[in-house]
Every structure is written in structure tokens, then in C-alpha cells.
Design a protein around this ligand. Structure first.
Ligand code: ADP
Ligand code: MG
Length: 303
């Protein structure tokens, strides 16, 4: 980045984010290193549960975009969908963190998630930027039905991403992807997919620099509720076997492992508060749980 732009960036950072002294010195090298790179952010936790927090998050997303860090936003909307289902007397049932989805629930999910995408786009536009919504109709992500014997109905597993569609986007658009996707077979009505999986397949498809999954807890916790800040692939497998990792955390950690195998450099699970992901991206210490390949740790130890 040229000196002048760097200076301008520094000023914006100080003003908007109260970065001072050390914090600012820390952030600048990251901004330089990540310039032109793509990150996939699955929005979750309080930011998604309470859309009044969206302005702070979106402000940061647009800021990062302006300094050359490209975020692709992915979201579901579990709370809003459960509320809409209850209002129609549809019973909410989860199996291993996945929602049993009838065709009626699928249509409702598509409707509810589109509204959330629109709320995010509106917020982006308030920051004088453009957002592009990729829902089921866009066919950006295509899925196939999860094992039908699971009794989950129209729940899908992502199979492909139209990478060219994302690449073709003008440089100054922020993509917003919701987690009801098209199907791979002609005639498929689409599938309800765990938003973590959607974020993961996109990150792998475009070889994103980072995948960040926001949730409602600090990260992966051990049996005593303490945060595990770094985990390797084999440690995760052991924690699942011991059932320390269970429920909705399972698809999340599996997504992280799959994307690491697919070539994404880093995957993080963090608590979805309005400003948390800036701290994750732009500070040395980071927040939440970071996932790395086993050989990464070995390389570090051998150095
Ligand atoms: N080891 C663990 N550490 C942290 N959370 C865990 C763990 N095992 C299971 N969980 C559960 O996973 C939940 C997050 O998954 P989920 O409810 O699907 O949220 P999201 O909407 O972010 O996908 C946590 O709220 C927690 O109840
Ligand atoms: Mg979940």
C-alpha cells in the first residue's frame, strides 16, 4: 500500500475504532498483509439474533473492504426462523444441530433469510456501499440432500460453488449469501443448509485466506468451560469422540477441519458480538478458537 493511503487508513482506524498507539501499530501490518485477500464471515451470535447490532458490524465490514480486505458474508437465521415456525404452529426439532425441514419449513426459511439478507444490504447501502444478495435462486451454492434416512427432510450438504459468479462481481460489491441453497439436480426445490457449511464450501471454493464463524459462545470450550484458543485437527477429533464437542458445535468444527484440508489458511470460531471480528483479524492475540493443521503445530515446535 502506498504511504499516503496507509496514512489515511491509520487516521480512519484511529477515528472510528478508537485504535490508539499499540493497537494501531498492530493493525497496520495486518491490513497490509491481507490487502486484496478474501475472507468468508458467517454472521451469527448476538449480531444475528439482534439485528439492531448490525450497523456496527456492517460498518466494520465496509471499512475493511475500503482498505482492500474483501469479505463475503454468509448467514442463516435460526432464531427468526424458529419464531416464524412457532407463529404457524410448526414444531421446531433439531438433530445434532441440524433442523428437521419439511417443504413448508424450507419455503419459510427462504422467506425469513431473504429478509435478513435485505436488512444487511440496507445497512451496507447506508455506508454508501453496494451489497449483492445470493439466495436460493442465484444458484451460487448447490447442495444435495443429506442422508434421507436421517429424517431431516430438505436439509442439504453443499456440493458446489459457482466461483466464477463470485469472481465476476465488480470489486466494489459485498456478497451476502443466505443458507437456503439450490439443489444440484434439475427439479430440486432447494435445501436448508447449515450456514457454517455454506461458509465453509465458499471458503474452500475460492481458497479464502480465512474463514470466520460467529456463534453464541466464546469459541470451543473444554469440559470445564474454559476457552480452547488453538486446536489441531487431531485434537478436535478427540474432543468430538469424548463428547466435549457436541450439538451445533459439531458442524462448526467439522467445517473448519474441511476447509483447512481444502487449503484455507485459517479458520476461527468466535463469539458474534458487533466488533469481535475486527479484533480477530487485526490484532496479534486474536479472540475465540483458531484451527490449524497438525503439521502447522509441528512446524512451529521444530523451529
Ligand atoms: N465444546 C463446546 N464448546 C462450545 N460450545 C459447544 C460445545 N459443544 C457444544 N456446544 C454448543 O454449540 C452451540 C453453538 O452451536 P449452535 O447452537 O448451532 O449455534 P450457531 O447458531 O452459532 O450455529 C453452543 O451454544 C453450545 O451450546
Ligand atoms: Mg448451528
Amino acid at each position: 500500500m502506498p504511504q499516503l493511503t496507509l496514512l489515511k487508513t491509520a487516521r480512519i482506524l484511529v477515528k472510528k475504532h478508537n485504535f490508539t498507539g499499540q493497537g494501531l501499530r498492530e493493525a497496520i501490518p495486518y491490513i497490509n498483509a491481507f490487502n486484496g485477500k478474501r475472507f468468508v464471515l458467517k454472521i451469527g451470535g448476538s449480531v444475528l439474533n439482534d439485528l439492531t447490532l448490525l450497523p456496527l458490524l456492517v460498518e466494520d465490514v465496509v471499512f475493511l473492504k475500503k482498505v482492500g480486505i474483501n469479505l463475503i458474508l454468509v448467514h442463516g437465521g435460526a432464531r427468526q426462523l424458529s419464531e416464524a415456525m412457532k407463529a404457524r404452529n410448526l414444531s421446531v426439532e433439531l438433530k445434532n444441530g441440524l433442523r428437521v425441514t419439511s417443504s413448508e419449513v424450507l419455503e419459510l426459511a427462504a422467506e425469513v433469510f431473504t429478509e435478513i439478507s435485505q436488512a444487511i444490504r440496507k445497512e451496507i447501502e447506508k455506508n454508501d456501499y453496494k451489497g449483492a444478495i445470493f439466495g436460493r435462486e442465484s444458484g451460487l451454492v448447490k447442495s444435495s440432500q443429506i442422508d434421507p434416512s436421517s429424517g431431516l427432510g430438505f436439509v442439504g450438504v453443499p456440493q458446489s460453488v459457482e466461483v466464477t459468479l463470485l469472481n465476476a462481481l465488480a470489486k466494489d460489491v459485498i456478497p451476502i449469501v443466505s443458507s437456503v441453497t439450490a439443489g444440484i439436480n434439475p427439479g430440486d426445490i432447494g435445501f436448508n443448509v447449515n450456514a457454517d457449511d455454506v461458509a465453509g464450501v465458499i471458503a474452500a471454493g475460492i481458497a479464502a485466506e480465512k474463514l470466520i464463524l460467529m456463534t453464541d459462545v466464546e469459541g470451543v470450550l473444554d469440559e470445564s468451560g474454559r476457552l480452547l484458543s488453538t486446536l489441531t485437527v487431531s485434537q478436535v477429533e478427540e474432543l468430538i469422540a469424548r463428547k466435549v464437542i457436541h450439538g451445533g458445535m459439531i458442524p462448526k468444527v467439522q467445517t473448519c477441519l474441511n476447509t483447512l484440508r481444502g487449503g484455507t489458511q485459517k479458520c476461527h470460531i468466535i463469539k458474534g458480538s458487533a466488533r469481535s471480528f475486527m479484533d480477530e483479524i487485526l490484532t496479534d492475540a486474536g479472540v475465540g478458537t483458531e484451527f490449524v493443521r497438525d503439521d502447522f503445530i509441528n512446524e512451529k515446535l521444530n523451529k
